[in-house]
Design a protein. Sequence first.
Length: 244
Amino acid sequence: MPAREAVAMMSDLPVILASFFTAGVEWVEAFTIVLAVALAIGWPRAIAAGGAALAILGLLTLFGAHAVSAIGNLRIIQFVIGLFLTLFGMRWLAKAIARAAGLRRLRDEDAAFAALSASQALAETQGAMLVAFQGVLMEGLEVWLIVVALGVQTGQTRVAALSAVAALVAVMGAGMMLRAPLSRVPENTIKYLVGCAVLGFGTFWMLASLGYVWPIGDYALPALMAFYALGGLVLVRTLQSLER
């Protein structure tokens, strides 16, 4: 690999990882829904419904990237994207901390699958297909938002989108081989790390848009991520000690 391509890949790595793992968590939850529907009405119909939702998400990605890029003021774009990523990261990190500390239950894909399989919504073909369509669309909307936000701000929408597609292929491949919910995926750990990464991106870009100059430049980004990760661990330990 040429040195220039290697450097470019390293600069894209944070976007690749954030997009891949954010999408991976959402696709795991979406697969649980599609699997329950498939066992009720068959794989062709379940995949068709999920595929329709993915097609809409693809169109939304194209439209969203162009719409945001059309805004003339770069500082406004940077601030809005930074604010969104900050709020998104805080939400994921807060949930992960609460679950790690025992304040909330960890998501159980097996339990979610069992509950969905027993749902009356899967009794009819049209109702089941609607469940698969809505499930994939709703889980995928967060993927879409992250892909557009990271992609537009870094100018790497294609890289972010391909990372999300790679996560989809990985999850679907594993799920189709197992034919069971992917309950062994450490969702909370991934959400914790992604929350720290996205929060780091958001903080970095939002303050930069307001005119703040980071003393260490782009190195502030991994420093922010590490800061949130360590701070989250301290908070988990503190909450666990208070619960005893």
